[in-house]
Write a protein of this length. Structure first.
Ligand SMILES: NC(=O)c1ccc[n+]([C@@H]2O[C@H](COP(=O)([O-])OP(=O)(O)OC[C@H]3O[C@@H](n4cnc5c(N)ncnc54)[C@H](O)[C@@H]3O)[C@@H](O)[C@H]2O)c1
Length: 286
């Protein structure tokens, strides 16, 4: 497999923006593709703010302009022609991911490796949307990608050893640690654990046992978590969390059943930080 110099990212939302920043900071050329012009504008603004903070802390290997110069922004899938590695990070909807992957597959050279940042879907099912199941792999990042050290690497049924080796080398160049999920199972290691934790917090809230603030505080101070489960849900997007839980529930049964609060907040459009309200109210934030 050839050298990986250019990484194409599909979906410049919460995760794709951070992934693009990590890749460009660590010397990769980046092609950032999103179908929405607005999403690309927002991604550029978010990244500029984040790079400034890293620069102020003396934590950038090169000036922000040098890093952003490595990135090409585009709404056109054909931009993926330049890629040596594709990372898909569009919303957690199977049909959408399959459509994006199928389209990207037709734009890229056959040897290009495809990775999906899905939180839980079967890598084998996503790979089936392409003609490169042996060059397809799960690359599960954590939020925020610019801070979190881990990438969970997931093998699909047909992922080749060479693909795994190449992706592991890329992860290390990105300055990340890895764990490998050897069996393609819904929810991998981390999403199975995290979803149970978040749902138990929602049940404690619904039973009137403690407030949102105190459940979060208990988790931060008792277990050393940087964020409590409700803070993390708001940060990640409540609709993403619900989609993930619905799939886990379908796969593993009752222990993952979404709670009424998790369902109702999404129905009300309270998606967390991105919509200005979730478990907490962010309307006063800039
Ligand atoms: N949010 C988290 O904390 C988190 C953590 C780990 C993994 N993930 C996974 O990462 C993926 C993305 O999640 P997110 O939270 O960044 O979502 P998001 O909604 O913030 O961003 C998704 C982006 O994809 C773009 N998009 C939609 N349709 C597209 C298309 N057809 N082609 C190209 N771009 C398209 C949207 O415009 C948006 O910018 C999901 O699979 C999610 O499960 C999320």
């Amino acid at each position: 497999m050839g050298e990986i110099n250019t990484i194409c990212i599909f979906g410049l939302g919460i995760m794709g923006t951070g992934i693009a920043q990590v890749a460009a900071t660590n010397g990769f050329k980046v092609v950032a593709v999103d179908t929405f012009e607005q999403a690309l504008d927002r991604a550029q603004q978010t990244m500029a703010r984040s790079l400034k903070k890293f620069e102020e802390k003396g934590k950038l290997p090169s000036p922000p302009e040098e890093i952003t110069e490595r990135i090409t922004w585009s709404t056109d899938y054909q931009a993926a022609q330049l890629a040596d590695l594709v990372i898909e990070s569009v919303p957690e909807i199977m049909e959408l991911k399959q459509e994006v992957l199928g389209k990207a597959d037709r734009c890229c050279r056959p040897e290009v490796i495809f990775a999906s940042n899905t939180s839980q879907f079967s890598i084998t099912a996503l790979a089936a949307a392409t003609d490169r199941p042996d060059r397809f792999i799960g690359m599960h990042w954590f939020n925020p990608p610019v801070i979190m050290k881990l990438i969970e690497v997931v093998r699909g049924l047909q992922t080749s050893d060479a693909t795994l080796e190449t992706l592991m080398a890329v992860c290390h160049k990105l300055n990340k640690e890895t764990v490998v999920c050897n069996k393609d199972t819904v929810g991998f290691i981390t999403t199975r654990m995290l979803s149970l934790w978040g749902s138990e917090a929602a049940r404690i809230l619904e039973e009137g046992i403690a407030s949102v603030e105190d459940i979060d505080k208990a988790c931060r101070l008792a277990f050393g978590h940087p964020m409590g489960p409700f803070q993390l849900s708001d940060f990640s997007g409540l609709e993403t969390g619900l989609r993930v839980r619905q799939k886990l529930f379908e796969t593993y049964g009752d222990r993952y059943r979404p709670t009424p609060t998790q369902i109702n907040l999404v129905k009300a459009g309270f998606l967390g930080r991105k919509s200005g309200r979730g478990y907490y109210d962010y309307s006063g934030d800039k």
